[in-house]
Design a protein around this ligand. Structure first.
Ligand code: MIC
Ligand code: SF4
Length: 643
């Protein structure tokens, strides 16, 4: 029986467990990446592990999220990360060099390699045939130290693409279609593997747009084959030697197949407030818009921006619209400047932002009250833009650019023929903003630069025999990490300071939560399905830990967040009978009288609702390693105990 591409790469990298679906496997990790908003924690954890030099083939630390520097905090964190990188064998991509995923694709990604990154959009690397997963900072720290990365052996879904995209329809519309079909939880426990002759017509950056936003399906990762298009991209990047051809065997067996005929797709948009709330532009109609933002790790490649420039050339941004554009990398920015396309953007009235995440994570450019903003980004969760009642629609660069001119949401197909654009054969290659690490000889003398905002991270205690705590918060389905630990310009600078950032935990849902949780001392949170979808931010576990949260009881969890909870010794419990969710109210006192023994013996945990006088069952699905982490109070405690 033939193998899928996913299975082939896993087979090459498996160091623990067996390739049996649903069981835990450990993978050798070739490359890691971090960004600055999760990086400080990851490197503090790496330091706590006491490893001198990373053991990976390539580890890169990027600065791209916290670049506003409205106080000393961001700049201090940049210096800290730069110094840790230098000392421990990590390449340092300086602020200004671009968004981690875009730069990694351009300069470092290699087909067939494994990559984990402390950012949920690390699967962007799947566009170049990497097995690339988003992970918690602690998992990345372990991988840098040479440890395996553990995942559940995934099911593999074949997304079979046939036909060719019509003019004005692009890669963003493909992934929005997949989201419409499968939903934000449709990918949990699965890898999305793309195949079919439709793949041939997609460039590497287009494939990367699709794998990037596979994160919104909750998928473990997404991957494209590596073919002549991949070779051409690597050649244009001056690194053809990194090319290897990769594809699934012709007789590979998939768990499920979804067929999409590219020629039938039309321009789509994800409506507020979820990436799977997808409708066609036609269905939504010509709504008046206030803002357009183009960029982010989903749509900021040279190809995307060239298209935008050709659309904007000689036009003016509509008087009622603000258009902001952030190129994905210095390479893109510079090439746009060199070929004159940047001038077309500027001339049309675009507000050019630095190459960074920017508005995607609420770092500036928040829309006006009730403002309607079209964005080429990947997430439109409530409040993420920095404006609580902002209405964010996720669209392709084509739809965004044309609507910026017309002032209303516009189906680009109604505007006439698509202006032609020609991609350069060679990209400008200048890695001068990537600082190499110090040599092993020089490394001991490199001083680590720690700013006053960098506070030690909380470490849990071993699991007690029993837990008694109140339900300090009850939330519904699809709670995102942006609900649990919001980002944005005010809060992101506190990423290195858990006591301070905890003051904002869950404030999107309930402003009183941090205060109440602290007063209660110990608490339990009750949630619906797909709890913790979205970001890989470990802060969504560390802040609740700091506030005394002992357990989350919900209908189901998103993958990375569940692992972050386990890594920090917080119990992720699921209802056996989902109807019990409705019987519990915020304020109820709960007890887990035999929790320790139950964890030791199996997966069933009995919970008593003392207030209401009933008892219900929950499950704790853990591997052997996960069990040890829960019993010891987290991964670091386990590592220390086992030497
Ligand atoms: C995001 O898109 O939500 C982020 C900000 O990139 C996060 C990482 C973070 O919270 O720092 C992610 O996707 O993992
Ligand atoms: Fe940055 Fe946005 Fe991409 Fe997250 S999704 S890495 S915030 S650009």
């Amino acid at each position: 029986m033939g193998l899928t591409l996913t299975e082939k790469i896993i087979k090459e990298h498996i160091v623990d467990g067996e390739m049996i679906k649903g069981t835990e496997i450990g993978l050798r990790i070739d490359q890691t990446l971090t960004q600055d908003a999760t990086g400080t924690m990851a490197y503090l954890q790496f330091e706590a592990m006491g490893v001198d030099r990373v053991k990976t083939e390539r580890s890169v630390a990027y600065i791209d999220h916290n670049t506003l520097q409205s106080g000393f905090e961001n700049a201090d964190d940049h210096r800290f990360i730069g110094s840790v990188a230098k000392k421990h064998g990590i390449w340092f991509s300086r602020p200004g060099n671009g968004i981690c995923h875009q730069v990694h694709l351009e300069r470092f990604g290699k087909p067939g390699k494994t990559l984990i990154g402390s950012d949920s959009h690390t699967p962007t690397g799947g566009g170049i045939g990497m097995f690339a997963c988003g992970a918690g900072g602690l998992d990345v720290a372990v991988a840098m130290g040479g440890g395996a990365y553990y995942i559940t052996m995934p099911e593999v879904v074949n997304i079979k693409l046939t036909g060719k995209l019509n003019d004005w329809v692009s890669a963003k519309d493909v992934i929005l279609k997949v989201l419409q079909i499968l939903s934000v939880k449709g990918g949990v426990g699965k890898v999305m593997e793309y195949s079919g002759d439709g793949v041939l017509s997609l460039s590497v950056p287009e494939r990367a747009t699709i794998t990037n936003m596979g994160a919104e399906l909750g998928a473990t990762t997404s991957i494209f084959p590596s073919d002549e298009t991949t070779r051409a991209f690597l050649k244009a990047q001056g690194r053809e030697e990194d090319y290897v051809p990769l594809a699934a065997d012709p007789d590979a067996v998939y768990d499920k197949t979804v067929e999409i005929d590219l020629s039938t797709l039309e321009p789509l948009a994800a409506c507020p407030h979820s990436p799977d709330n997808v409708k066609s532009i036609n269905e939504i109609g010509n709504i008046k818009i206030d803002q357009v933002c183009i960029g982010s790790c989903t749509n900021s490649s040279m190809q995307d921006l060239l298209k935008v420039a050709h659309i904007l050339k000689g036009k003016t941004v509509h008087p009622d619209v603000s258009l902001a554009i952030a190129p994905g990398s210095k390479q893109v920015y510079n090439m746009m400047a060199q070929c004159g396309a940047l001038s077309d953007l500027i001339d049309a009235g675009a507000r050019i932002l630095e190459c960074a995440c920017g508005p995607c994570i609420g770092m500036g450019q928040s829309p006006n009250s009730h403002g309607i903003s079209l964005r080429t980004f990947n997430r439109n969760f409530e409040g993420r833009s920095g404006t609580k009642d902002g209405q964010i629609y996720l669209v392709s660069p084509e739809t965004a650019a044309i609507s910026a001119i017309t002032g209303v949401l516009t189906d680009p197909r109604t505007i006439g023929a698509m202006p032609p654009y020609v991609m350069p054969e060679r990209f400008i290659i200048n890695d001068n903003m990537v600082t190499p690490p110090a040599s092993p000889e020089e490394a001991p003398s490199v001083e680590i630069l720690r700013g006053p905002n960098i506070k030690p991270f909380p470490i849990n205690k071993p699991l007690p025999e029993s837990i008694e705590a109140g339900v300090t918060l009850k939330v519904g389905d699809n709670i995102t990490t942006d609900h649990i630990m919001p980002a944005g310009a005010k809060i992101l600078p506190l990423r290195s300071n858990i006591p301070a950032i905890s003051e904002f935990c869950f404030t999107v849902c309930d402003e009183t939560f941090p205060k109440r949780a602290k007063e209660a001392g110990k608490s339990i949170i009750v949630g619906g399905s797909n709890y913790g979808q979205g970001s890989s931010r470990e802060h969504a576990a560390l802040a609740p830990l700091y506030l005394g949260v002992k357990a989350i009881i919900c209908k189901s969890f998103a993958r990375i967040h569940k692992q972050n909870l386990i890594n920090n010794g917080i119990l992720p419990l699921t209802f056996v009978n989902e109807a019990d969710y409705d019987r519990i109210d915020q304020g109820d006192e709960l007890a887990l009288p035999d929790v320790k023994t139950e964890v030791e013996n199996g997966s069933k945990i009995i919970v008593k609702d003392i207030t209401k006088g009933f008892e219900f069952e929950t499950t704790l699905e853990l591997s052997g390693r996960g069990k040890a982490m829960i019993l010891e109070g987290g991964l670091l405690n386990c590592t220390k105990k086992n030497g």
